[in-house]
Structures are given as structure tokens and as C-alpha cells.
Design a protein around this ligand. Sequence first.
Ligand code: AKG
Length: 343
Amino acid sequence: MAVTHASLNGRAEARELRPFESWPGGASPAGYVRRPLDDEASRFFDEQGFLVVENALSSDEVDELRREAVAICRGERGDLPGTDPGPAGESDDEAMRRILCIHFPHKVSPVMERQLAHPAIVETLTTVIGPNVKCMQSMLFIKSAGKPGQAWHQDEIYIPTRDRSLTGGWIAMDDATVENGCLWVIPGSHRPGVLYYQEWHADPRFDCAFEARRYPWTDADAVPVEVRAGSIVFFNGYLLHRSLPNYANAGYRRALVNHYMSAASLLPWYGGTLPEGQHVSIADHRDIVMIAGEDPYAWKGTEQRHGPHVRPSGEGGCGNLKYNEEALTRLSEQGGHSSNRER
Ligand SMILES: O=C(O)CCC(=O)C(=O)O
């Protein structure tokens, strides 16, 4: 059957679309590029809201990330709030399958921390954002077979920048396909600059994040972003995106997802409660890592506001805050970072 744009979502939901069938003639689609990036790549990102840099990581780099994911899940980088140590003799696979997603893995893992500023990420973000770029978040998705996806959402709802510069860098640690729960995007949905209404979906296919509603597209406008391991998907913080469950019989759909923005923008990201005495107009979350250029606010210093923790799957609102205090306490006890949260 010929693959038409409009048929992709319906066929995927009916689980009739085969892995990489969305690639026309087996070749990667428009918007899939290699380094060095050219003007066309940056135009595609501006117009469509996403871009895939293929072969961004070498197979050695992907292997290193996979080994590190096992070490983190096994507790070898410290106990993470949100999960109990597994039983003695637990296999790597059992340890991995207990976890959907770990927030802020870069705070316990030098390997994950190093990837925040991978050369492919720095090159792409300085092209699509500008010369000065900071990172404020990382997430390690394990998403083993049977685990849920994430409903349609826009990341700027969760991480609000002031200049709409939020950009995700989604590093594929496995081939990500329609079968094992790749990203889906609605191309161009970032362009109106509107944050759409969202509400609880009660759909067991999806995890804890709420679902966007009342936007002027349908699922027929969505395209799957199937990628080979080692590719990085970059996407704008206003882009509507989602992922379906991992329907494969075995294995994982691992991805390290980091979020970035222009260092020129303040970041009023406090999970709903501003620090006492701080007005929203100057609120600025300083738990950041610079990955390119200059930080115009370097005089403020940095701070620890988020600690590494396992996502409390399916309990409503992605739980960034549920285990956070505990995670911060453990982080400062381990001496990895000093906490100065009162600032
Ligand atoms: O990787 C996924 O399944 C979803 C990732 C996502 O929605 C995000 O990073 O905002």
C-alpha cells in the first residue's frame, strides 16, 4: 500500500504500520540531515518545528550511553527517589524494565552530563537558537516493551521560556519506530505561538502528562519521526508532539532527551510556586548548564533546584516535584553538588 501522509496515524493506531514504512522508498524523509548543517536545515526547523540530525552519535557513543543507562537503573550511580533497590541477583533487563523515565540523569552521571554539550547538539542549537545556549533539563527514557507513551503536548507548558526558544534534543539510543513508540509531531504546530489548553486524558496508552486540546489540527496531520540509533531529533518547545506505547514484543526504546533555550531569556520555571518574595517578571531558575557562548546572567551564579529521580509513572502531572525535595537532599548528602535553594 502506498504510504500517504494522512493515513499514517490511523494505520499506526490500528498497529498496521510497519517500522520505517513511513520513510519514502526506504530513504530518510525531508528534514533529516547530516552535519555540517546548512541554511536549508535551519529553514526546515523554523518552518516545521523539528529537525533530525542523523549519525550524530557514533555507535561507540550510543553503546556508552546504553551501558550507562544500565548502571543508573541498577543503582550504581546512587539510589534514586521513586524506585526501590531491586532484589539481589536482579538482571540488567529486570532493572531496566522497572523504570519508564529518569529525570535529571546528568546530575548523577558524568557520561550523561557530557552528552549535554555533544558537538552535534552545540552545532545545531547555535544554528537554530543563537550563540548563547543553556540547558536546564535532561530525561532518560527507557520505555521497555509494554510501557506507555506521552499524549500530545507542548514542552513550553512545562518549561516556560520568555522568548519561545525552548528546544528539545532527543538522542535516540535505539532505532525508534512506530512499533516501539517513536516521537510523532504535528509539523508547523509551533508557528502560531499559542499554548493550547490541556487536560487529563484518562487514556491508558499514555503516561502522566496532560493532553493538549482545542488546537486546529487533527491526528491525520501528524507524522512519525522514525530514526536510527545515534540520530538526534530537535524540536521546538511549542511543537505539538506525542509518542504511542512501546508495542514491540521485547527490547527498549531508549532516548536521552535534553532541553535547552537561549541564555538571554530568564526562566520562570518553578513548578507553580515562586520562591518567596520573587516576582514572576524577574523569576529565573538558575539550575542550568551553559553549553555554548556567554551567560549574560552569570553574576547570579547557579543553584540546585532539581534532583535526579524516577518519574512516578501514571500518577498525574509528570511528578517533577513529587520526589524532588528527597532527590535534592540526597544530592547534597552525596556531595555531588552544593544546594543553595534559599536564594
Ligand atoms: O520520548 C517520548 O516518548 C516523549 C518525549 C517528550 O514528549 C518530551 O521530551 O517532551
